[in-house]
Design a protein around this ligand. Structure first.
Ligand code: FCB
Length: 459
């Protein structure tokens, strides 16, 4: 092991993260129906590079045993994955597809047999196409659809799953899906996005409420993508632009869940621009802010914003970003992670535990060769910097309970398809999807072994 020997709390969750559509493949096997991602990829609507699709992805559905063995070898004590709604309820509601249940039972049992804690995301963007036909997240009924789906998940898996995440990145699947239109359902209607966001928030809270009623004794939270915005200068218009961006993007969802209210500034500007739907009942945020056991934070960076008349929805423009990603800016962002942790501590009086449900570095295959990818020192540096920032946050009193590296395996990276790799394990798309451990896999494994030794040393 190198000299990186920060010691984390004894029961800290160390893991990796994945999601169903990105790895499973088997898109129509054993009764699974089409999700909105299946549908858009099949229709080749041009949102995904080179018209890639997730039909086979990394074929995890058929190769999960080999993948579980790799996770065991890695030695992380937990693993975050998502359930495909379309495998469990092919029509979105109603009859339960037991073949889908059996697959996730095998996966959960396989993890537990290997001493790995399953951390389960109920929804990671792959809405059943059947529900999109009825309006998807923009239809108020989705609150019931999602709650019923969550009920099925709790019923079949709640005896073994002790960590639940309701929704992944509400900002992305509502705003990028319904307003910017860059991911399915590819709609461009901001008012509809505000509605979809509201329904998703209430659906989240309703599932949390339901979980409490079941009497199951696990923990439940949500995973939000938090991208703090800073002003590009001291000029008041730039500062205002940054405040508006914070209020209407990531922190819109954070405030609703953590504080039980939308940021006032967001509501004001949304109303001014006539994006505010008349039928939103803000009192329902009482449900959205139902007490969670942890806040999941997907952390990938920060953005710097300035005022520019006519730009975006609110006269603002992103001029730069701190984001370490070989495809984008590649600027250090671990300090921003520390600052964000401190903000959460201040806002919640340190009472809300935080889990980093995603943090990871992607590399663009146009830029990074196979050899460089396998020998990914850049990824090791990235993880080290973020773990250092988190350790500093823990030492400063932030209750950080876990860290999940995105991702265990290279996979289908949404709009990028297979041209961006985030994994600790390389997947050879040219050679039968062979799994090859990258240098970062071996580093993380050694780091985890060292954590174990330090823990024992203490006893
Ligand atoms: C997040 C998504 C995840 C993955 C990473 C790179 O926004 O939740 O599925 O694509 O980005």
């Amino acid at each position: 092991m190198d000299d990186f020997d920060l010691k984390f709390p004894d029961n800290f969750l160390f893991g990796t993260a994945v999601s169903a559509y990105q790895i499973e493949g088997a898109w129509n096997k054993d009764g699974k129906s089409e999700s909105i991602w299946d549908r858009h990829c099949h229709e080749k609507t041009g949102i995904v590079r080179k018209n890639y699709d997730g039909d086979v992805a990394i074929d995890h559905y058929n190769r999960y045993v080999e993948d579980l063995d790799l996770l065991k070898e890695l030695g992380a004590n937990s693993y975050r994955f998502s359930l495909a709604w379309t495998r469990i309820l092919p029509e979105g509601t109603g009859w339960v597809n037991l073949k889908g249940i059996e697959f996730y039972n095998r996966l959960i049992d396989g993890l537990l047999e290997r001493g790995i804690e399953p951390v389960v995301t109920i929804f990671h963007w792959d809405l059943p196409a059947a529900l999109q036909e009825k309006g998807g997240w923009a239809n108020r009924e989705v609150i019931n659809w999602f709650t019923e789906y969550a009920r099925v998940c709790f019923k079949y898996f709640g005896d073994r799953v002790k960590y639940w995440i309701t929704l992944n990145e509400i900002y992305v699947f509502t705003y990028r899906g319904y307003s910017l239109g860059v991911i399915p359902p590819c709609i461009r209607d901001y008012k509809m996005a505000v509605k979809a966001a509201h329904h998703a928030l209430v659906a989240h809270g309703s599932a949390v409420k339901l979980y409490r009623q079941t009497g199951l004794n696990g923990k439940i939270g949500v995973a939000l993508d938090l991208v703090p915005k800073t002003a590009g200068s001291e000029r008041s218009e730039d500062k205002y632009a940054a405040e508006v961006a914070n209020a209407t993007e990531s922190f819109y969802f954070y405030d609703a869940i953590v504080k039980g209210a939308y940021p006032e500034l967001a509501v004001k500007v949304l109303k001014e621009k006539n994006y505010w739907p008349d039928d939103i009942d803000e009192k329902e945020l009482k449900t959205a802010s139902e007490k969670i056991d942890f806040l999941g934070v997907n952390f990938y960076g920060q953005q710097t914003v300035v005022y520019r008349k006519g730009a975006g929805r609110f006269d603002s423009e992103i001029i730069s970003a701190n984001a370490e990603n070989v495809a984008y800016d590649n600027k250090p962002c671990a300090d921003d992670c520390f600052k964000l942790m401190m903000k959460i501590k201040e806002d919640t009086g340190g009472r809300l535990p935080v889990i980093i449900t995603e943090n990871g570095m992607g590399s663009n295959t146009d830029v990074v060769s196979r050899q460089e990818e396998l020998n990914d020192g850049f990824r090791i540096d990235y993880i080290k910097k973020h773990l250092t920032a988190l350790k500093k946050a823990i030492d400063s009193g932030v209750d950080v309970k876990g860290y999940f590296y995105w991702s265990a395996f290279d996979n289908f990276e949404w709009n990028w398809g297979y041209d961006q790799r985030f994994g600790l394990v390389y997947v050879d798309y040219e050679d039968d999807l062979k799994r090859i451990k990258k240098k970062s896999f071996l580093w993380y494994k050694e780091f985890l072994e060292e954590q174990g030794r330090m823990r024992k040393g203490k006893i």
